[in-house]
Ligand binder design. Structure first.
Ligand code: SAM
Ligand code: SF4
Length: 340
């Protein structure tokens, strides 16, 4: 079992398999995209698998693949299959924008993927296209259907809440009445350089601190809208009954609905005391905190060192993991580069 210097159990590794994406969400990337890393700067699948195997030996039992958009990297299905075969790894999950999920869902499921998080911030096709700078809501909803059809479980929906978007929270809440979908409302975080880039280009789609909706306000709105629509009462879900999660969401349910509503509050209530994760960026940086730009260079060690050297690096990361984040505006790298 791996613990850090504050006694936290670290058993969860998030791996960004690519910095590339087929969308350009306004809060994640500037319109022109970020400068892609060169091919040889990105870890090969073999390098990621070697790192993962060593990390599992050091106490990691859960892996999530993310990006950029993980499904744009060719060979991703076989990568999932090989990761799934690592002895000691209990589960593997994927965070995706969902646009390519219809194409890959069945193959991914057959390769051993069970858990999927789809990111979707609005149920309005036009707003979706604006937020993602050109994405198709229809494709994402179809991808979501495919996830259910092939038996992914749990299926979660990540919704970043932004004041100016005036999102239809009730629309998301209604989805939980129909099927076992777990909606997670995530506080918008001012991460990365997308803000500065949008500002500099005179863009008006930049989101500011005023767009952050604290969890209490969000829950208040949900309660009111659900009650006014006559759907029932929102009740907290006990930790033991929450949809199998590895992260810090608090869950609620409308009556005895099959799905749940979760809130993730990195800003209003930071949950660093429960943090259980390390992050590997697509170009081989090992990050101990989403909000800290301190990274250890895994790529060089993977290319020039022994397995023991890699192990030593993991131990250094555990020893250096900060007790809590000192949230400030922006990080040097965007979410797509870090692997949100
Ligand atoms: N492309 C995939 C996707 O969109 O699901 C995986 C990578 S994306 C960076 C991972 C998650 O980070 C998404 O759910 C996205 O909404 C979230 N995200 C990106 N920028 C964010 C921000 N500034 N605040 C909160 N969440 C953010
Ligand atoms: Fe791409 Fe995901 Fe970032 Fe949107 S949030 S630009 S889908 S990496």
């Amino acid at each position: 079992m791996a613990t850090d210097s504050f006694g936290r159990r670290i058993d969860y590794l998030r791996i960004s398999v690519t910095d590339r994406c087929n969308l350009r969400c306004v809060y994640c990337m500037p319109p022109e995209g970020v400068q892609w890393r060169k091919h040889d700067e990105i870890l090969s699948f073999e390098e990621i698998e070697r790192f993962a195997k060593i990390a599992v030996g050091e106490g990691i039992s859960k892996i999530r693949l993310t990006g950029g958009e993980p499904l744009v990297r060719s060979g991703i299905v076989d990568h999932v299959r090989r990761l799934r075969e690592i002895t000691g790894l209990e589960a593997i999950a994927l965070t995706t924008n969902g646009t390519l999920l219809r194409k890959y869902a069945a193959e991914l499921r057959a390769a051993g993927l069970e858990r999927v998080n789809v990111s979707l911030d609005t149920l309005d096709p036009e707003v979706y296209s604006q937020v993602t700078r050109g994405g198709s809501l229809e494709a994402v909803l179809d991808g979501l259907e495919a996830a259910f059809e092939v038996g992914m479980d749990p299926v979660k929906l990540n919704v970043v809440v932004v004041r100016r978007l005036e999102q239809d929270l009730l629309g998301f809440a209604r989805m939980t009445l129909e099927r076992p979908i777990h909606i997670r409302f995530i506080e918008y975080m001012p991460v990365g350089g997308a803000h500065e880039a949008s500002c500099a280009s005179g863009s008006t789609d930049i989101w500011t601190e005023d767009d952050h909706v604290p969890a209490e306000e969000l829950l208040g709105r949900l309660r009111l809208e659900v009650a006014e629509a006559g759907l029932g009462e929102i009740v907290p879900v006990a930790k033991g009954n929450a949809p199998g999660g590895w992260g810090p969401a608090s869950y609620y349910r409308i009556g005895d609905a099959p799905g749940t509503l979760g809130v993730i509050t990195p800003l209003s209530h930071h949950f660093c005391g429960e943090c259980n994760r390390l992050r590997l960026t697509a170009d081989g940086g090992l990050r101990t905190c989403l909000f800290s730009d301190d990274e250890l260079d895994v790529r060089t060690v993977l290319r020039q060192g022994t397995d023991d050297d890699v192990r030593a690096l993991i131990h250094t990361a555990l020893a250096n993991k900060p007790e809590s984040h000192h949230m400030r505006i922006g990080t040097l790298r965007s979410m797509s580069q870090i692997g949100g």
